[in-house]
Ligand binder design. Structure first.
Ligand SMILES: Nc1ncnc2c1ncn2[C@@H]1O[C@H](COP(=O)(O)OP(=O)(O)OP(=O)(O)O)[C@@H](O)[C@H]1O
Ligand SMILES: [Mg+2]
Length: 397
């Protein structure tokens, strides 16, 4: 249960706790009595408290030390407000001693009794307000940490892509040389038939290596400037990579290409987006299924801008509610070590940099599966090109 907006009240004597909770509740504040100090300490350490409000009777010397230790262990964003009601009137040695032991506690407010309800509620309200700002700081810090981690990971992926394409580039020359040598050998007149068959097989296999190398090169081509491409060729190039795996898993493929115009985009990046969508679809159809790919012209209803809609649909398991809520978060993956959870996070950023949109529908009932759609404007606005170079991403969907 969350107590992040709640004043936790610990007043062990008489009806104090009940009355304080009532006064705060009447002022529209959330307040909850807590029976033991250990519960308060537990909630304070877990960062699950809006403020603490305690009476002097709650404190023995070890209790003060325990509270001081719990507050000392707060994460660095946290500075939990502590309000303590101390007896007013003539100062006694006992009270003086208690107060001086309490004073070193961080973010402490001592309130003298009897206290007017209006004073109590205004102090509690301020404490909750300052606490809610602390939670906001925590949220921003977490987000920044996640983003930095995800950026690092995606840079690594880009580096791996570059490595793959430089390897593909390097093997092209020796590949060509071996292909030529095989060709020359096949021309030898006195070659036995068996050797000729071997050479043919070698030639065929080499052609496959060559195709893989050129596919890799094409796939990881760096997007330095936006180019005009046919939407279906982007999908077809992605399919080439997955073709063998899809066929081996008995996945049928239906293509419906209806977009005639070319689209201006950073094609390497859009291929990466489509590749992740096809890869995700493949992952839920390892035992067979139907993959539907579609391109069609579509005017974005909110802006009237013309563009192309890519659709990648599968009839796999679909996604539960939690996954549907979290799928665009960095590092969210249900695939264990098989997934980094960055595919859709990066995809969303790429599409938004194009001033495009990502839509998703998914149902878990048999045969419904998941439909991902990516809409891109036909023309890439200048602002989008600038965003490319300044990394200015619009995070809204
Ligand atoms: N077509 C789909 N069907 C069912 N679940 C999906 C589908 N596409 C995405 N998901 C869910 O969304 C999660 C996040 O997807 P995302 O592509 O971001 O990461 P990933 O595929 O797990 O890892 P990777 O970084 O390798 O792409 C997946 O782990 C999966 O749970
Ligand atoms: Mg993925």
């Amino acid at each position: 249960m969350s107590f992040q907006n709640t004043v936790l009240v610990h007043a062990p004597v008489g009806r104090d706790a009940e009355l304080v909770v009532l006064i705060l509740a009447q002022a529209g504040l959330l307040a909850s009595p807590v029976r033991g100090l250990s519960e308060i300490l537990h909630l304070a350490k877990a960062g699950n408290a809006g403020a603490l409000l305690m009476t002097a009777e709650a404190f023995s010397r070890p209790a003060i030390e325990d509270l001081s230790q719990a507050l000392g262990e707060q994460p660095h964003w946290s500075d939990l407000p502590v309000l303590i009601l101390v007896p007013g009137g003539r100062e006694s040695a006992l009270i003086g001693h208690l107060e001086s032991s309490l004073l070193p506690l961080p973010n402490l407010t001592l309130l003298e009794r009897p206290i007017r309800p209006v004073t109590l509620t205004s102090v509690a309200r301020n404490a909750l307000r300052s606490r809610s700002r602390q939670y906001e700081v925590q949220r921003i810090m977490n987000e920044q940490e996640q983003t930095a981690l995800a950026m690092m990971q995606s840079e690594k992926l880009v580096a791996v892509g570059r490595l793959a394409s430089s390897i593909a580039h390097e093997i092209n020359n020796p590949l060509e040389a071996v292909t030529n040598l095989l060709y020359l050998m096949q021309g030898e007149p006195n070659l036995p038939q068996a050797a000729r068959d071997y050479l043919q097989t070698a030639d065929r296999e080499l052609a496959r290596v060559s195709q893989i190398a050129s596919q890799t090169l094409r796939f990881h081509r760096q997007s330095t400037s936006a180019t005009l491409v046919r939407p279906e060729s982007l999908l077809n190039e992605v399919l080439e990579i997955y073709n063998t795996r899809l066929t081996n898993s008995h996945v049928s493929i239906t293509r419906q290409y209806q977009a005639d115009l070319q689209v201006t985009c950073y094609e390497g990046d859009i291929r990466q987006v489509l590749s992740n969508l096809v890869g995700n679809a493949f992952d839920v159809m390892r035992n067979g299924g139907a993959l539907r790919l579609r391109t069609r012209e579509l005017t974005w209803w909110a802006t009237g801008e013309r563009g192309v809609m890519f659709t990648v649909a599968d009839d796999g398991s679909g996604m539960n509610e939690v996954t549907q809520k979290r799928l665009f978060e960095a590092f969210y993956s249900t695939k264990g070590i098989q997934g980094t959870g960055l595919g859709l996070w990066i995809s969303k950023r790429i599409v938004h940099k194009h001033r495009g949109h990502v839509l998703v529908r998914s149902r878990m009932e048999n045969g419904h599966g998941t439909v991902f759609q990516v809409w891109l404007p036909y023309a890439l606005a200048d602002s989008a090109k600038e965003a490319w170079h300044t990394d200015d991403v619009d995070e809204s969907c």
